[in-house]
Design a protein around this ligand. Structure first.
Ligand code: NDP
Ligand code: OXD
Length: 306
């Protein structure tokens, strides 16, 4: 079996060693232009030349959950695109989002500032029923996040394309349910895939529908957010703040207004990292299943875009 590795901005050696240890006997190489067509590929943002040359390949294993960048390319006909399906990312996403919600709710930034200033000052406790959290996208990551937030007894709303039933979450679905979902939420967590339908979905109109004093947590893709609309709603006071992990341009350009905004907290696309061991185990398990002719989870529907 031939496996080719073609991942931009990724150190190849640990992947090659991990794959070789799990698949003794497989021929595993880093892709070079002109290389023969492989059976399977492990990819992240591969160049178009790679995809054009690998006509007939069976599957492309994307080493992330989001396939938006890959689907913008012309893919080899018949090749399945397989995304990472949790592989240790859901618990990281739950940590990140719960941390952001709790930091905002408990006003830990304000406590830190006052303690640094030598002030022993209490703030009036807030009520968690005043902070309903809306999770957009109830897939592998969004469901885990919604359940984790419910453990802290926040009221949780969830929105997805198809109807869902998740314990502790009030579920909304489809375009018909979108405005009601927004109106029921004060904090908004974005865990949607980036598709033509969801691009720019966080904009002046949708963010203005959140309850006053809203808070945005974007952990999905930068192109979901119309950045100037966020800035305008922060200026108007309708939004209290934002926690952003993803940006339209990454790295965030020097001089971008987000860098210094007092009510925006930033991290560098790190809310859920790809974990080497768990990802290799998942990919190898799926290759074995495909070799046995079995169905696998995480195959992307190219029409739906996720
Ligand atoms: P899934 O495919 O498992 O879930 C996607 C969810 O979004 C589903 O519930 C789906 O609805 C819903 N959805 C899709 N389109 C629409 C729509 N038009 N309207 C309403 N709901 C919609 O994805 P994951 O949970 O695994 O990942 C989500 C995203 O998180 C990734 O695509 C990626 O962009 C981002 N991500 C970011 C990371 C980071 O470090 N910042 C790390 C990993 C992922 P339905 O259930 O009905 O299909
Ligand atoms: C992913 C990501 O999609 O890292 O997995 O953003």
């Amino acid at each position: 079996m031939k496996i080719t590795f073609c991942c931009t901005d990724t150190k190849a050696d640990p992947w090659l060693q991990g794959l070789a240890a799990a698949l003794p006997g497989a021929d595993i190489t880093v892709w070079q232009p002109g290389a023969p067509v492989a059976d399977y590929a492990v990819v992240w943002a591969p160049p178009q030349q790679f995809l054009d040359e690998q006509q007939g390949i069976q599957a492309l294993f994307n080493i992330g959950a989001g396939v938006d960048a890959l689907l913008q390319r012309r893919l080899p006909p018949g090749a399945r695109v397989v995304r990472l399906d949790d592989a240790g990312m859901a618990v990281q996403m739950a940590e990140y989002v719960c941390h952001a919600v709790i930091r905002h709710f408990r006003e830990f930034d304000q406590y830190e500032a006052s303690m640094r200033a030598g002030q022993w000052a209490y703030r009036k406790p807030r009520l968690r029923q005043d902070l309903p959290v809306g999770v957009m996208g109830l897939g592998v990551l969004g469901e885990r996040v919604a359940k984790a937030l419910a453990q802290f007894e926040f009221p949780v709303n969830g929105w997805s394309r198809s109807p869902k039933a998740i314990d502790g979450t009030r579920a909304f679905s489809g375009q018909d349910g979108f405005n009601d979902f927004l109106a029921a939420s004060r904090v908004l967590v974005n865990l949607l895939p980036l598709t033509p339908e969801t691009q720019d979905i966080l904009n002046r109109d949708t963010l203005a529908r959140l309850q006053p004093g809203g808070y945005l947590i974007n952990v999905a893709r930068g192109a979901h957010l119309v950045e100037d609309d966020l800035l305008a709603l922060l200026d108007s006071g309708h939004l209290a703040g934002a926690q952003l992990d993803v940006f339209r341009t990454e790295p965030l350009p020097v001089g971008h207004p987000f860098w210094s905004h007092p009510r925006i907290s930033l991290t560098p696309h790190t809310s859920a990292r790809t974990l080497l061991g768990e990802s290799i185990a998942q990919i190898v398990g799926k290759i074995a299943a495909l070799e046995r002719g079995e169905a696998i989870a995480g195959v992307v529907d190219p029409v739906r875009g996720y």
